[in-house]
Design a protein around this ligand. Structure first.
Ligand code: ZN
Length: 188
């Protein structure tokens, strides 16, 4: 996460320092004393199945432009994780989700992110490329282009999904994703 440089209250210079009684360095305004607490961001995602295939969208924006992705995006203020996932699915692949269930919570500590994955089925048959997406496609498990998937968390979640869809017995897990930056460089 880039460091905060200016106060969002008064525009003063920020210094990172440990406030009295605190246990970590915080972005403190040198002018008005406002403390900017920085916390992880939440990303909501949904793996959507239709007739044994998984719906993915191809990204048209950085990061990972041109790579396939499970519909996902940052949560907005005023919405639930579930509503956030539904919104992202509408925006990116113009689809609605049926039978939506929680699938997994993935911590990405290196990025200060928490990804909340849902799973569900395509409601009806409609899907299309939305904003920030150039192409939407259903992939059978053995057609998934694993080396063209945008983010490690998407790979981890989909691999588990593909494994569990064989039996139809889905689990819910909480796990940490470790990003291998060297491996990412090879694929970018
Ligand atoms: Zn200030």
């Amino acid at each position: 996460m880039p460091e905060i440089k200016f106060c969002n209250v008064c525009g003063g210079q920020i210094h990172y320092q440990q406030p009295e009684g605190d246990n970590a360095d915080r972005a403190v305004c040198s002018q008005c004393g406002h403390i900017h607490y920085e916390n992880p961001k939440i990303v909501n995602a949904c793996i959507i199945e239709h007739e044994g295939k998984i719906l993915l969208g191809k990204r048209t924006i950085p990061p990972r432009e041109g790579f396939w992705n499970v519909p996902a995006g940052f949560m907005e203020n005023g919405e639930s994780t579930r509503a956030g996932a539904r919104r992202e699915v509408r925006e990116e692949v113009c689809a609605e989700i049926a039978d939506m269930q929680l699938f997994g919570v993935y911590n990405i500590i290196q990025r200060n992110q928490v990804h909340v994955y849902f799973r569900g089925h395509l409601k009806g048959t409609h899907y299309a490329a939305g904003a920030e997406t150039s192409e939407v496609k259903l992939f059978a498990p053995d057609e998934i282009p694993w080396e063209q998937i945008a983010f490690p968390v998407g790979i981890t979640a989909m691999k588990r999904y593909v494994e569990e869809m064989k039996s139809g017995e889905f689990t819910i897990i909480e796990d940490d994703i470790i990003i291998d930056y060297e491996m990412l460089k090879k694929f970018s």
